[in-house]
Write a protein that binds this ligand. Structure first.
Ligand SMILES: [Mg+2]
Length: 381
């Protein structure tokens, strides 16, 4: 079965979809995207296709090796995401050709449902509390929030109190039966983390994500040692080699993104490497339906899976984005805070190509917001 062609679709709110075609009429979908760098990623896919068109679609691992190592220069978000989207589409093709879900090809299911969480946003504690209640009403049993907005590397006691107040408001709103995870977005320094995280311990967050920027991954052990809150990271790490320092630093939760970290193939391997370090898997996925479907295929075949991110209510645009590009959104129905095991072939979803094509006529130009401190210097978003 040869790869004969492909098409890219730039769609709102900030995504890029890939359809890969074969000479046997089987097509597969992938989501190769670096948020804010969609056009750069699309160009990377086009370059990769110069090699892939004409190749055997079933040689997934060999293509992974060529895409990540065949260009001499290696690593990083763009190459990782180009490879990821293509890898997802190749697994989709493999599953569809054989009439089985991808997780069946990864060894079969190890669970019947996968727990998911949703985002809550807001400036004031009351807004966050209301958003959290809305996600629980939607059927979720876990939410994630940013504990701060703009934060100075060493901020004031008032700013620290605001962090505590925000998390406390959400904890109060949802009670102790619902999990609350915290995503610092790299806005805390190591020193701020050591000061603030112990103050959040009585609120028992599920985990604290990216307390520091990914370039400080090697130093995460200082944060890990300073708090009982499980430390999570990984959405800005792109391979098992990138994750090595995080595991050695003692993180509790690994968060590879199946659209950034080399796709289903590499996310699966990162999960296995995590298991060696007694680390749980919580794949990052603020993305579209193809990325979520690909993540779920890994989740259902991974023993050390914890929870799956998904983008309903994430606040980058209309919620119809996740569900509106599907012929049938039933695979993403939440039952008691979880998604049931998908049984359809390949990634287990049917992409509505007509809807995708209409959206691609509009496209998007989403860019990462630029934040600045009060003194005018650049701040972490
Ligand atoms: Mg994050």
């Amino acid at each position: 079965m040869k790869i004969v062609g492909y098409e890219l679709f730039l769609v709102e709110p900030r995504w890029l979809f890939l359809r890969l075609d074969t000479d046997e009429g089987v097509s597969g979908w992938g989501e190769p995207i670096v948020e804010g760098r969609a056009a750069t990623t699309a160009r990377g896919v086009e370059e990769a296709m110069e090699y892939l068109v004409g190749q055997d679609a079933s040689r997934i691992e060999d293509h992974w090796q060529v895409l990540t190592k065949g260009g001499f220069y290696r690593g990083g978000p763009v190459l990782g995401s180009v490879t990821a989207g293509i890898d997802q589409a190749l697994w989709d093709i493999a599953g569809r050709a054989l009439g089985v879900p991808v997780h069946q090809l990864l060894g079969g299911p190890v669970r019947d449902r996968a727990r998911v969480y949703g985002w809550v946003h807001g400036s004031e504690p009351a807004e966050l509390a209301e958003a959290a209640r809305a996600q629980v009403e939607r059927g979720l049993t876990a939410v994630k929030m940013n504990p701060s907005e703009l934060l100075a590397p060493l901020d004031t006691p008032a700013a620290i109190q605001r962090v505590v107040d925000r998390v406390a408001a959400v904890r109060d709103a949802v009670g102790s039966q619902v999990d609350v995870a915290i995503d610092c977005h790299g806005r805390f320094s190591t020193a701020m983390s050591r000061r603030v995280l112990p103050l959040l311990e009585p609120l028992q967050p599920l985990f604290v994500e990216e307390p520091v920027l990914p370039e400080h991954t090697r130093d995460l052990d200082a944060v890990v040692r300073s708090t009982t809150i499980p430390v999570a990271t990984g959405e800005r790490l792109f391979s098992r080699w990138d994750f090595r320092a995080a595991f050695e630093a003692g993180i509790a939760v690994a968060q590879p993104d199946v659209s950034h970290a080399g796709g289903i193939s590499e996310t699966r391997r990162i999960a296995a490497m995590a298991e060696v370090h007694d680390v749980l898997l919580a794949p990052h996925c603020p993305l579209g339906p193809i990325a979520l479907a690909a993540s779920l295929q890994v989740d259902f075949a991974t023993p050390n899976f914890l929870i799956q991110e998904q983008s309903l209510g994430i606040g980058y645009g209309d919620d119809t984005g996740l569900l509106g590009y599907l012929v049938d959104s039933a695979p993403f129905t939440f039952v008691d805070g979880s998604i049931e095991r998908p049984t359809g072939p390949g990634l287990g979803i049917e992409v509505d190509e007509a809807a995708v094509r209409r959206a691609a006529e509009r496209g998007h130009d989403w860019r990462t917001p630029l934040w600045r401190h009060a003194d005018g210097s650049l701040a972490a978003w």
